[in-house]
Design a protein around this ligand. Sequence first.
Ligand SMILES: O=C(CO)COP(=O)(O)O
Length: 254
Amino acid sequence: MRKRIIAGNWKMFKLSGEAADFAEHIKEQLTASDQVEAVICPPALYLNDLLQRFETTAIKVGAQTMHDTDEGAFTGEISPAMLKDLGVQYVILGHSERRQYFNETDDTVNKKVLAAFNHHLVPIVCVGESLEQREALETVSIVSAQVEKAFQGVTAEQAKQAVIAYEPIWAIGTGKTATADDANEVCAAIRHKVETLYSTDVANAIRIQYGGSVKPENITELLSKDNIDGALVGGASLDPAAFVQLVEAGTHGE
Ligand SMILES: O=C(CO)COP(=O)(O)O
């Protein structure tokens, strides 16, 4: 059985004291589990502090983005080597906000995915369609193409470790969630795409999250679906009590 993964994407929220308070709260509440993994992806400034606070816990830390080269004259950027050096385990790549506001393309996402694996960072590769594309019935072709491009040059052994987050753009921060059945259907299509790119073995191993207005109230139904292995959560992950509930939901209903 795939281990579920609940990841909180804080985006550009919280001051340092709030980040520290959150970490202290959840580390008292969450215990290690075989069924579910908890990951916090804070602004890069707080990565080091959270890594230290979570050192003796099972809670993992992820970055929200990174550059694709080890070092260089790229003002303001953070490299995969720097993340690895700190002890970061995960990195979100190709989030729709990065694609929309920071010119990320399928090509740059692919370069970053390859760089992440080179540094033994696990990428959480985000894919998803816009409302227009959904209405034009292009969802499966769009997300399949995003997956194919993101994984170019990635080996089967690497792909098995990866996480894909299906985040329909129209469901992010809007309060609109895809129905659990719709989300599951797209996650199944993504798994099928992975199977055609690699093998059944890889498709069975890769973890696929749903993201978009996930909350404690709707996570149980989403996780009850066969192809949904977790959630990438924005807004609701900012509240420590809600985040604990989201992770705890992952330990039920196997
Ligand atoms: O973008 C998201 C997580 O990466 C989803 O954000 P919300 O949970 O706030 O809709």
